[in-house]
Design a protein around this ligand. Structure first.
Ligand code: GLA
Length: 380
């Protein structure tokens, strides 16, 4: 019965769902501060091939790339020691918590999304599975419910207190559009991505420093401390979104220096996102690129989530006239930079930067050209 064997290449699904990773043009670490972000879904994705298996509780999820099989019972869903399993178990748990009944299913996963590269393979896992279970069992979940339950899965089972950007982009993405998302109201504006003669290039450092998750949660709490100090001082603030640079500077004496730096970064990054959207609409790619460089500088020096490999790549891009902008992307401490590169010199640029990176760090650098693409959807 090969066609029902989840580890077989002849496995026959009832439905196939594709969930993309995301890029973020600008607006890093602003989502959980109720600010603005500017992501897009990309043409790299995880495919979920799913079928009901007729049992009440038994589920199997098989990853083709890693040749790993997760078997579990719907009646006993709890966190696992294996990180990748928690994306699956967390989503199932959150769906059950909403009061929906699932039945046994088999799922085969395949992916061309790099892992640990800051392109949100985790959000793609969560959203794709939630979307597929929603379709397979007619749960009637809205896209917004899928986004929010996927985010809760990451908080509760994986342990990263992420914002909403990655899940939102993975579900809501549209071809050739970037999503200007206001994370306070959770509303968005789609902005056509007209890059003229430029392309978006990710450069994967192939490093993923282990600090990522703990430092991420620490940054989040530093921002919350900032808000708490300001509101104790009498300001009406619920998040850093309510604070202007002038307000912050006026209160600098009561803020510990590290907290001040973090808050300053967030407030400035929010302004950069809005300016970047304006620049794109006004077709000023040069200005857009300059804002990317400024964003990197803030992440490096004020928010302190970059690392030497990312800084090296951004410095190199800055010296190349055909690269309009570059910055680290995602949570930080490794992963990719995102670069806006003129098509004319794209091959030369990749050759040069790969060579320089390997010389400096004795590591491979992987270039990934990306295009804004369709969000999570049933493909067959
Ligand atoms: C990770 C999180 C997002 C966001 C980014 C930084 O990707 O999942 O919510 O905070 O980091 O911008």
């Amino acid at each position: 019965m090969d066609s029902r064997d989840v580890t077989s290449d002849r496995f026959q699904p009832e439905i196939t769902v594709a969930a993309p990773g995301r890029i973020n043009l600008i607006g890093e670490h602003t989502d959980y501060n109720m600010g603005f972000v500017f992501p897009a879904a990309i043409d790299r994705r995880i495919e979920f091939r799913m079928r009901k298996n007729g049992s009440e509780y038994d589920c199997q999820v098989y990853s083709v790339e890693f040749d790993k099989l997760l078997s579990f019972k719907l009646s006993e869903v709890r966190p696992s020691q294996e990180e990748w399993e928690n994306y699956i178990l967390g989503v199932v748990h959150e769906i059950q918590k909403l009061g929906h009944t699932l039945h046994g299913f088999d799922c085969q996963l395949s992916s061309n999304l790099p892992i640990g590269a800051g392109v949100s393979s985790s959000a793609a896992m969560e959203c794709g599975l939630a979307f597929a279970l929603n379709s397979l069992f007619n749960l009637g979940l809205s896209k917004m419910e899928i986004i929010l339950l996927s985010q809760r899965a990451e908080h509760n089972f994986v342990g990263t207190k992420c914002g909403i950007m990655d899940q939102y982009a993975s579900v809501m993405g549209q071809p050739n559009q970037a999503i200007l998302l206001d994370c306070r109201n959770i509303t968005h504006e789609m902005i056509p991505l007209n890059l003229e003669h430029h392309s978006l290039l990710l450069l994967n450092t192939n490093v993923s420093h282990s600090l990522a998750s703990s430092e991420y949660n620490l940054r989040r709490s530093e921002c919350e401390q900032g808000v708490e100090i300001l509101s104790k001082a009498g300001m009406k603030v619920e998040s850093l979104r309510d604070v202007s640079e002038e307000d912050l500077v006026a209160h600098q004496n009561i803020l510990p220096p590290v907290i001040l730096k973090r808050c300053l970064y967030v407030i400035r990054e929010n302004q950069r996102v809005l300016l970047a959207a304006k620049a794109l609409k006004g077709e000023s790619l040069e200005h857009f690129g300059e804002l990317m460089y400024q964003s990197h500088e803030g992440l490096q020096l004020e928010y302190e989530v970059s690392c030497k490999e990312l800084d090296f790549l951004v410095d190199f891009s800055r010296k190349t006239p055909h690269v309009l902008g570059a910055r680290m992307m995602g949570g930080g401490f490794g992963g990719c930079t995102i670069n806006l590169v003129h098509q004319e010199s794209k091959n030369r640029f990749v050759d040069e930067i790969k060579k320089a990176y390997t010389q400096e760090f004795d590591l491979e650098l992987d270039p990934i050209w990306v295009h804004p693409s369709q969000g999570t959807s049933v493909i067959s």
